[in-house]
Each structure stands twice: as structure tokens, then as C-alpha cells.
Design a protein around this ligand. Sequence first.
Ligand code: NAD
Length: 538
Amino acid sequence: MRILSLYKSHFTKLASRRNFHRTAPVLNLLIEKPEFSWLKDLGLESDNKGVFDGQWKAGSGQVVESICPSNNEPIARISTGTISDYNQAVNNAKEAWQVWSEVPAPQRGEIVRQIGHALREKLQLLGKLEALEVGKIALEGVGEVQEFIDICDYAVGLSRMLPGQVFPSERPGHALLETWNPVGLVGVITAFNFPIAVYGWNAAIALTCGNSVLWKPATTVNLSTIAVNKIMVDVLESNNLPPAVCSLVCGGADVGEALANDSRVDLVSFTGSTPVGRKVGTTVQNRFGRKILELGGNNAVIVMDDADLDLVVVGTLFGSVGTQGQRCTTTRRLIVHEKVYDQVLERLKKAYKQVRIGDPLEDGILYGPMHSKAGVDLYKKTVAEARALGGTIEVGGEVIDRPGNYVEPTIVTGLAHDSPLVLRESFVPVLFVLKLKGGIDEAIQWNNEVEQGLSSAIFTKNLGDVFKWMGPKGSDCGLVNVNIGTSGAEIGGAFGGEKATGGGRESGSEAWKQYMKRSTCTINYSKDLPLAQGIKFE
Ligand code: NAD
């Protein structure tokens, strides 16, 4: 590919030198084609600098191409960073923190408000970029950017409300306070499937709390990352603030490992798969660092015999097919009471067959390609394993014969609820439908028997079942829904999960506390020095 492109550019130069009239230029990258010129409005070019450490730099690592999943053509090139680029970025982000941490919180909130405003202006373009680079439909791409904007709004409010407590002291003439300070530098490692929102969850809150942020994105979504970081840097620069507050190193696992291992990074926020999260978590723990882990999910929907089946079909369809099964909250297991099993399966099969598959940039399309060829391979492996285990492919099951990484959304029945394949998170659009013969207790047991504990949902009108589901012996997940699917959380509530999902909450509710350190301050304003608990040391 590289040799071919060098040849083409050499030929184009020769052609113009010899004055070959009107020879159409050979366009290797999508960004060079007129229909994708809108990418330049996001500050993207054919060759992009993949490191920002206060200045945009072509990293000294590999030059990689970002590939469009709907046709596997290169969009643009990125010079990625090495460990040495990373080290410089950490130093500069730390230095920038010296200034940023002294900006009063409400003024930091004002900067985050401006970032939200700047994102609003590019909302549609960023959504399109996600469709082009990640492969999610443009509407979902726009929704993802909207999530970042919403978090900015949330953070602006937070900036004027960051609390601290005053406790009554048991000693006369003493005050007992709790104060919160920024941790320092927050390293954010993100996954391919939500390149913008996940960073936004972290960055908006971390910045408001007074931290610098260093971002290490997934290797295949560098353009979305660079476009977003440019917006943030522009806001910082236009306010005469040190832009290294928002640093970025596009790079591979080596950069991620260095970040996890680096005691200069005061908090590591990692979003990704459970196996990689386990490594990162252990590395950070080894140095007694702080961490937030947002890992995989193997999410179930339970359908009881009194459920509103119209809601079930709509909620399950979006949950299982949205983003081509590549959401951490994707519905992977559908546990259906035997009394309504046949009806639910038939209706769902019909709905699956009506899903409009195509180019994620086109209006009306609901389902695009897998993000990468690796995703197609995993899909083939998952379907083959389902067949080998005796499962029935009710709908789908094939790779679609067209350019790009398209596979059919798939429903499998006939596997045991505890089959190893059903218990595993396979990041593909394959839904396992399981027949439930018992009641709510068995349903909860099946829901809880997987390694992860991210999202879960029950469809029922029975209040007793609802409260059992939400109670101490109910769902063991972080997201516990009723009559709504597993996907599509709002930003106000804390987002994250238990067990092998990592236990972290990057945003919503009181997540801000993780981006700050707490000090308990006892102030003596008397002339005596009494000890607590009445101890006399005389
Ligand atoms: P991944 O684990 O392969 O990669 C995630 C990030 O880790 C990438 O930036 C990658 O470059 C980096 N990385 C890889 N090896 C590393 C190492 N040894 N040390 C440090 N960093 C390393 O995940 P993915 O395939 O990009 O994303 C899909 C996974 O992410 C799924 O399991 C999904 O459920 C999960 N996810 C979870 C959430 C959540 O909020 N819980 C959100 C999105 C995605």
C-alpha cells in the first residue's frame, strides 16, 4: 500500500512537470476527495500530527492510516507518538497544571462551557467523522458528541458547587473540615467504540476539578481524537491558558503501558476490554496509584411473562443491534419466560430482518459495518462456535458480500444459559435468546452468573419483581433498568459496572470525587491543645 502510494504521488508529480494537461490527480486518501472535504473543517489534513504536548507534533513513531470501515479505504495518515514523545507530553502537562490548578473552579467551569459551545458548533461534523472512522451510524455519532456536550453542561454546574464538608469538632475551639483538591495529572486511555464520549466524561469533570489531562486513544480512531483535541486546545489558547492542560499522544499499547506504570500520572482512567483492564489495573495498583476501570459487559435483558412486548422488541432491537453490537452495554443475552418465548422470538426475528443495513453516513441507515476486520473475524468465530455447540441461527449468521466490514445481525437460540460462549463477552452483533422456565429468582441468577456486571434490564409490570431486581439479591450490575433496554444511559447517573467491569464510575452522580483528593483538616483556634477522645498526655 505504502509503495503503491509513493509510486502514485511520484507519477502525479511527473505528470504535472511534463505538462500533461488536465491529468486527474490520483487520490489515495478519502480526505483528498471532494465529497470528504468537510473533514478539513475539523482541522484534519492528509497528514496529521498525532502528538500534542503544548504544540502539535508529528510523533516520532509509526505513520499509520486511519481506515474507513465501510469500504476499508484510508481516510488520512497520522504520525503517532513513541515513549519519548509520551515523556515530553507528561512533563509539559504537569507544568501546565501549575497554572491550571490555580485558576478558580468557576473560571475553569467557564472554559469547559466554552469547550461545550465549540463542540456544539461542530456537532454534525464530528458525528459524521465518527460514522466515517468508527462505522457507527451518523445519528449515533452525533449522539456521542452530544453526550460530551451534556457532560460539559454538568461540569459547569459542578464548578460552582464543588462541595466540602464541615463537621462538628468534639474539642472546644476547633474546626473540622474536609477539603478537596485536584489529583494533578489524569491519564485517560480510551476504547475504539466511544472515542469521543468516553474522553468527554473524563475530561470535562477532570478539568473542572483542576487537573491536566493526557489522552491515549485507541489506535484505530486517531482522527476523531485529533479533531476533538484541536477544539479543546483552541479554547485554551484563546483564553491564554497553557494548552498542554489537554495533551494527547496517539500511540499503541506501549504508550498505554508506560502511562499505567508512570507514577507521575496521578490517576489512570482506563476504558477498554476486561483482559487489558486487568493488566492496567494490576500495574497501577502495584505502584499504589489511583485508577478508574470501565471494562467489558455481558449484558442481559429479562422478559417476564407479564411484560409489555412492544417495549421489549424496541428496547432489545436497539440494545442488541445498535453500533453493530459494539457497545459496552450491548444486549448480548435475552432471557425470556417460556410463556412469551415464541412470541418474543418471532417478533424480534421480524424486526431484525427489517433493519436497514448500509453506509453509516446515509440517512435512514440503522446498521453499519463492524469497526475493523478483526471484528468480522470475531463474528465468524462466534457464529461458528455457536453452531458447533448445537445452537440454532434464527436470523443472520453470515458475512455480507459487499465492500467493508459488514456482517448480519444475528440471533442464536438453543444454547444453555451457562454455555461458555454465552458467558463470554463477544464484541459482535450476536444475541443469545434463552428460555426461562423458573421465576424471578432464576432469572436474576442467570443475569448474575457472568464475569462482568455492567448493564441489565427487566421487563415486567410486577412491582414485587421490580423491587427484588433492584434490591440486595437483585441484579449485580452497575446499571439496573426496568422496562427499558440495556443501552443508552443518561449522563446524570453514574455510569459503570461491578465485578470484572472494573467497579469504576467515570462520570455522573458523585464521580467527580475520583478526580480529586480529600484532606481532613483540623484547625485549632483556641489557646489549648486538647487531644481527641479525651486522652491526657501529661
Ligand atoms: P482494548 O482493551 O483492546 O483497548 C482499549 C485501550 O487500551 C486502547 O486505547 C488500547 O490501545 C489500549 N491498550 C491496549 N493494550 C494495552 C496495555 N497493555 N496497556 C495499556 N493500554 C493498552 O478495547 P477496545 O477493543 O478498544 O474496546 C472494546 C472493549 O472496551 C469492550 O470490551 C467494551 O465492553 C469495553 N468498553 C467499556 C466501556 C465502559 O464504559 N465500561 C466503554 C467502552 C468500551
